[in-house]
Structures are given as C-alpha cells and as structure tokens.
Design a protein around this ligand. Structure first.
Ligand SMILES: Cc1cc2nc3c(=O)[nH]c(=O)nc-3n(C[C@H](O)[C@H](O)[C@H](O)COP(=O)(O)OP(=O)(O)OC[C@H]3O[C@@H](n4cnc5c(N)ncnc54)[C@H](O)[C@@H]3O)c2cc1C
Length: 450
C-alpha cells in the first residue's frame, strides 16, 4: 500500500510523503513490520489529534501513536493501512509550579528538557537511560523506569494527572494537581503503561521532587557478574536505599571500551549512588556491604572524588546499549525478579546463553531487580525462532523466580505471545474487555500490548 488514505479536511500535519512514512515505520526494537504506514500526522495541536482520531474512528483506520520512537518492544512500529500520529511537535512546558512542586507539559516534551527546566531546586525524577531522546508521552505510555527509580519510583509515581484524547476524538482530563486525591477510579494510573491502546496522552501534570542537596557515587569492580549481583542484593538486605544501583557484565564493559569508553577493571561493574542529606554516610555503609564481594585488585571499590567523576560513571552506564548496538543486531530484553533472586537470575541467564550459543550481555537496574539481558546477534542474523526460543527461556526463568516479563519497556508487539503465561487467561480477557470500553472499534494500536 502506498499512502492511499485520504486526509480529513484542514489537517496541516498530514503527509503521505514516502520518506516521512518510512521514517515512522520502526522503533528501536529491531522489529520490522515489512511495510510503511499509509500516512503520518505530525500533530501541531490537540485539535489536530482529536481530528485524526475522529477520522480514524469513523473509518476504522488503525492509529499508531508515536513519541520519539525510542521504544524497545515494537509498540510504535507501524505498517500498511495505519496512520502514525506523531506527537513530537507538542513540546511545550506549559507551567512549572515551584510552590506546589508540579509541572504541566505537553506529551512531546523530551524527558531531559523537563528535568533541566524544573529548576527552583526541583527535578523530574524518572530518568530512563533514553532521557535525552524519549518523550514524556512515550514514558507515560510505557510507564518507563530509569536509573533513579529504585528510590523515586517509576514514571507512574510521578504522574498526577493527564489530558487524553479518546479513540472517538473526545477529550478528557484525569487526576489532579494535588499530592493526594482519590475521587473515582484511578484512570490516570490506567493510562500509564497503556502503550497507546486506551487513548492518546496529549498533556500531563507531573510531580517534581526536591533535587538532592548532595550525592555520593561508588564504583565497584568484581571478578564476575554473580558476585556483583549478590553485592547488589546485599545492599537491599542491609536496608540501604541507593538512588542508583546499576550493574554491567563483562560483555557490556568490553563493548563500552571498544566504543571509546574506559577500559574495564574487572569482570563486572556496579555503580551505586546515594543522595540526600545523609549521602556520604550512606555510601560508606554501601562500601562496607559491597567490599566482601568485590574483586581483590586495588581500586576495586572507589568512591568518586567529585561530581564530574560521578557523572562520567553515569555516562559510562548510559553508553552500554549504544555500544552493544555497534556489534550487531540486538534484542533488548527487560525482565524483573525479586531483588533477592538477582544473582540466581544472572547465573541462569549465563547458562541459557551457553546452551543456546547466543551471546547475551546483561546490564541491570540492580536496585529494583530489573535485568536487561541483551541478545547480541552475529552480523546478518535475523530474529529467527532460535533467538525467540532463547528469549522465551529468559522469560520463563524470570517468571519461575517470581518475576515479570517486562520491568519497564512494555509488552508492545514482541512479548504478546508470553502474556498469558504471566497474567493468566482471566486477567488477559478482563483487560481486553477494558480496552474495548475505551476503544470499541479497535483503532488504537491494534495487535499490541494486550
Ligand atoms: C538507548 C536506549 C535506552 C533506553 N533506556 C530505557 C530505560 O532506562 N528505561 C525505560 O523504561 N526505557 C528505556 N528505553 C526504551 C524507551 O526509550 C522508553 O520505552 C520510552 O518511554 C519510549 O518513549 P518514546 O517517546 O520514544 O515512545 P515511542 O517509542 O514513540 O512509543 C512507545 C509506546 O508508547 C506509545 N505512545 C507514545 N507516545 C504516546 C502518547 N502520547 N499517548 C499514548 N501512547 C503513546 C506508542 O504507541 C508505543 O506503544 C531505552 C531506549 C533506548 C533506545
């Protein structure tokens, strides 16, 4: 199909230009739908969003909402017959309220821009590693996590209210601007993580939090990933609460070094940051917990001397995925397990890699048990059934350890076949009925998420 849909009247952002359609076809999951969407609308206003949805609903045309297309589960990929509704143009920060510690933003605002604009001693806490490219709307639609979410929670914990355009073009506001509020069902919470299937989020009222008065950062090197994971679990067991606890295995460290980053000083790396008035005391306590697990080389546990050194360590962590992407096609997995089972999970993932012969590099938001086993395929290899069987083993392992299929990236297209293994038939059926209440004609992101 080559862009045969007709635009509703007076829609300046509508295009069937082949280059625009090709650019809107993929996200960062590596999944290719095999064709381009029929049209792309870069919405310039909420009125345009409503017009597109009313048109799609009337004609039964699928709509795929797109933020920045940085998603890793195929949620924003779009093929023939669909309209891509691109919200990146709705990028105004409408209000920052220092007194009440909230921000009102449009959905296309880039996450890092909000964090920078918060000022007044405030910040926007959720910080996905993609914060420099992803949108707030995409973060909300996937309930994105981030490095700081072990202490400050995931995106849902920062969303107070939403402006949403429903599938038929009606506009609603959910939630509130107050810290507390329990009137009616929590529709705000329902839209968070709904992956573009219940409505189009056009604006949000987001909680800001005090920027920490101090931070302290520790880098620890280990002989392998299992002692590193055990150290991370021991931090939790010691009742310490770092704001960041990130784990990288040797495959990630080597890839970062090959991409121009620092040379590894061991077989696994744990980055821990504490913050608040007690940051220094807490990092000393973390050090005492971690040292027995760390490698024996000198400098295997170090506290960063200054904020620049600490930021460099965080940059190293954020460079992990791009460095692996240079090696070949990657399938980024995203399971989570109870934190006490982290070491067991990394051991089992290593065994799956050995059995399957597929290289798996693992990084983890260790502070909340969220593992990213990254399947790195040799050049030219596709996501074949053997690759999916290997990923399936990772999912089954996470579920067996009491975990979940996806900690933060969402189900999208890529994990739907395992959905019932985690949720069970009754829950999936109930969720599908709920979806039909919001979108009776099934035009919002069909075939994705639920
Ligand atoms: C290098 C890299 C690092 C990453 N690190 C993290 C990480 O640390 N934590 C994490 O959680 N994720 C991470 N991701 C994944 C991704 O960045 C997040 O899922 C992000 O929230 C997606 O935002 P986006 O604006 O790109 O959304 P898109 O990819 O465009 O869309 C994602 C999904 O949300 C829907 N959607 C988008 N906008 C809206 C809207 N306004 N209303 C309704 N539905 C909408 C889409 O239809 C799709 O289903 C990473 C990705 C990369 C490439």
């Amino acid at each position: 199909m080559t862009g045969t849909l007709t635009a509703p009247a007076a829609l300046p952002g509508w295009t069937t230009d082949p280059a625009a359609r090709a650019a809107a076809r993929l996200d960062r999951s590596g999944f290719d739908p095999g064709s381009d969407p029929d049209a792309v609308v870069v919405a310039g206003s909420v009125d345009e969003v409503a017009a597109v949805l009313a048109h799609a609903n009337a004609t039964g045309t699928p709509v795929v909402v797109r933020g920045a297309g940085s998603g890793l589960s195929g949620g924003a990929v779009a093929g023939a017959g669909s309209i891509v509704l691109d919200l990146s143009g709705l990028d105004r920060i409408v209000e920052i309220s220092p007194a009440d510690e909230y921000a009102v933003v449009e959905a296309g605002v880039i996450t890092a821009d909000l964090d920078a604009a918060a000022a007044h001693g405030l910040r926007y806490a959720p910080d996905p590693a993609s914060l420099a490219i992803s949108t707030i709307g995409g973060n909300i639609a996937t309930n994105a996590g981030g490095l700081r979410c072990a202490k400050y929670g995931v995106t849902r914990d920062s969303v107070l209210g939403l402006d949403v355009v429903l599938a038929d073009g009606r506009r609603i506001a959910t939630g509130r601007r107050t810290v507390k509020g329990v009137t009616g069902y929590d529709l705000t919470g329902l839209f968070v993580g709904s992956e573009g299937t219940l409505g189009v989020i056009v604006g949000a009222t987001l909680r800001l939090r005090p920027a920490p008065v101090a931070t302290a950062t520790l880098a620890a090197w280990f002989d392998g990933i299992e002692p590193a994971a055990a150290a991370a679990a021991a931090i939790t067991a010691a009742r310490l609460q770092p704001s960041v606890a990130e784990l990288l295995d040797s495959a990630c460290l080597t890839a970062i070094a090959d991409a121009g980053g620092p040379a590894p000083r061991g077989g696994a790396f744990l980055l821990v940051q504490t913050d608040g008035f007690g940051a220094d005391a807490e990092i000393d306590a973390v050090r005492a917990v971690v040292e027995p697990f760390a490698g024996s080389g000198s400098g295997s546990v170090e506290v960063a001397a200054d904020p620049t050194g600490a930021e460099e360590l965080l940059v190293t962590r954020r460079a992990g995925l791009p460095a692996l992407e240079r090696l070949g096609r990657v399938l980024v997995e995203d399971v989570a397990v109870p934190r006490s089972r982290l070491a067991e999970a990394v051991g089992e993932i290593a065994a799956i890699s050995d059995r399957s012969g597929i290289r798996i590099a693992t990084m983890a938001h260790a502070g909340d048990g969220n593992l990213h086993p990254i399947l790195v395929l040799e050049p030219g290899r596709e996501l074949d059934e053997q690759v999916w069987a290997c990923a399936g083993e990772v999912f089954t392992t996470a579920l067996r350890l009491g975990g979940t299929l996806t900690g933060e990236h969402g189900v999208g297209l890529l994990k739907r076949r395992w959905l019932r293994d985690e949720l069970g038939d009754d829950v999936v059926d109930l969720q599908q009925q709920l979806r039909a209440v919001f979108d009776p004609r099934g035009v919002l992101n069909p075939g994705k998420a639920i």
